[in-house]
Design a protein around this ligand. Structure first.
Ligand SMILES: C[S@@+](CC[C@H](N)C(=O)[O-])C[C@H]1O[C@@H](n2cnc3c(N)ncnc32)[C@H](O)[C@@H]1O
Length: 273
């Protein structure tokens, strides 16, 4: 079924979602919103945005589904392995100069990125002096993250990523297998603090040495990217490191003036002031 509507038509829907459920998608990118709203309408056989809005108002279960649709949680362990190689060679040596290390994964989804960091820190002898804050606005994703249970199929892919990204250990030492899934070891979870945090509506979460927000800003329009960049800047210590996704950058407003580039391709930046 083809679903046709304009971006203006979804504005009242986004206002409703914000007013009733507190999630503010009004400054997400138009392309993302159109794609995801169309997807939900097709799946639920809804023909007009007005009908979609009515369902969202009347049916909290349906609204929860729409919220999941608007939050893309695709992730991997050691996603973009080259990023992890550079993390190990360029960023870890800087972290070694601190007696304690605070790291924030903003938009951590189902936890794979935070577990990847925990593994790198363990291997580099930094885990015991680190606190990893892993946040997302999606509570369902966070619950999965806390459990740290992944399928065997995913683990095969993650093992490949780990090795490509400079991992030298036997990856199976980080999890215990249970039938068709694995559970990540408690030793990796010990210093991870999972928390719900919305980048659009919540403030500074912690002052950190390293901030990773990968593959989240791509869903925001330029105004929202600028606002969230201010939050990142306020959250980093001077000399702190910002890591973005491969399609994201700091060329919004005057943000680029506040950072030096550590690695252009891997989108790793150091806060200057
Ligand atoms: C594509 S995943 C990226 C996961 C991981 N950072 C990675 O690169 O693999 C995007 C995540 O951003 C989260 N997200 C989207 N908007 C957010 C917001 N306003 N505040 C916090 N998290 C948000 C989504 O729930 C989702 O889990």
């Amino acid at each position: 079924m083809g679903v046709l509507f304009t971006d203006m038509e979804i504005r009242p829907l986004l206002d409703t979602v914000y007013q009733l459920y507190g999630f503010d998608f009004r400054d997400y990118s138009e392309a993302h919103l159109m794609r995801r709203v169309k997807h939900r309408m097709a799946l639920s056989h809804i023909k007009t945005v007005t009908e979609l809005q009515e369902r969202t108002i009347k049916d909290a279960g349906f609204a929860a589904m729409l919220l999941q649709d608007l939050s893309i949680t695709v992730t991997e362990m050691f996603r973009d392995p080259d990023f992890y190689s550079v993390l190990r060679t360029q960023v870890i040596p800087m972290l070694k100069t601190y007696s304690f290390i605070k790291i924030w994964h903003a938009g951590c989804s189902t936890g794979q990125e935070a577990y990847s960091m925990a593994i790198v820190l363990q291997e580099e002898g930094l885990y015991d002096r680190a606190t990893i804050y892993a946040t997302d606005f999606n509570q369902t994703a966070l619950d999965q993250a806390k459990n740290g249970i992944y399928s065997i199929e995913q683990i095969k892919e993650y093992t490949g990523n780990y090795l490509k990204g400079g991992g030298k250990e036997d990856f199976s030492k980080y999890y215990t297998s249970q039938y068709n899934s694995v559970i990540m070891h408690q030793s990796l979870k010990r210093n991870i603090v999972w928390a719900q945090h919305n980048l659009v509506t919540d403030g500074v979460f912690a002052e950190v040495h390293l901030l990773l927000c990968r593959n989240v800003l791509i869903y925001f329009n330029v105004d929202l990217q600028t606002k969230v960049h201010q939050l990142f800047h306020d959250s980093l210590i001077t000399g702190g490191i910002l890591c973005l996704g491969s399609k994201e950058g700091i060329r919004v407003g005057d943000v680029h003036e506040k950072y030096t580039e550590i690695d252009k391709k891997q989108r790793i930046f150091k806060k200057r002031y």
